[in-house]
Design a protein around this ligand. Structure first.
Ligand SMILES: [Zn+2]
Length: 180
């Protein structure tokens, strides 16, 4: 996506320090307004995570471009030192017609190790009817999550409509690590 940088100057900053990051690195998108008078916006932090590119685009435009937003910095989970986004897990889940797009991510710390469990509802009209088939499906989804995120998550297939439904903004992550 092109940014009209003569009106809004975009920068990508480190989510922890706020320091600008080099071209192509993943960080939080901040904007400063250039033409606005009276209430200028200086480094307004969107908390959206993306990368910025300044080179000339194939379409001919020369303004900076940002990549598709990968997620919000607030949604990011750090599992055993690896940055994981719930949307990455969703990508893996959505590949399977045997499950519904209803899932919950549970994170806990057991014996000083981050443990992540993904509960996914089975699709009543498409799930395998043998234990062996269910095991194979579980392993396959675990493999996809591992290849997308780089971490091992335990997958638990559960009955349709057995996971909590939240109203308004979906709550997908229950992180119990810091509540003890
Ligand atoms: Zn372009």
């Amino acid at each position: 996506m092109h940014i009209n940088s003569d009106m809004f100057w975009p920068e990508i900053v480190d989510p922890d320090t706020g320091a600008p990051l080099p071209e192509g690195e993943l960080g939080e998108l901040v904007f400063s307004s250039i033409l606005k008078e009276g209430v200028p916006m200086i480094r307004y932090n969107t908390h959206d995570l993306t990368r910025i590119h300044y080179g000339k685009c194939a379409c001919g435009r020369t303004t900076p471009r940002i990549e598709k937003i990968t997620g919000r910095a607030d949604d990011m989970l750090i599992i055993r030192g690896v940055n994981v986004f719930p949307t990455q897990i969703e990508t893996a889940v959505m590949r399977y017609k045997e499950v519904l797009p209803h899932y919950m991510i549970y994170v806990d710390r057991i014996n000083n190790l981050d443990v992540i469990t993904v509960k996914i509802e089975l699709n009543p009209s498409a799930f395998p009817d043998t234990m062996k088939g269910l095991e194979k499906l579980t392993k396959s989804i675990e493999g996809d999550i591992a290849s997308i995120t780089g971490i091992h998550a335990k997958v638990q297939l559960v009955e349709p409509r057995s996971l909590p439904r939240s109203e308004g903004k979906m709550v997908r992550v229950i992180d119990s690590r810091f509540k003890k």
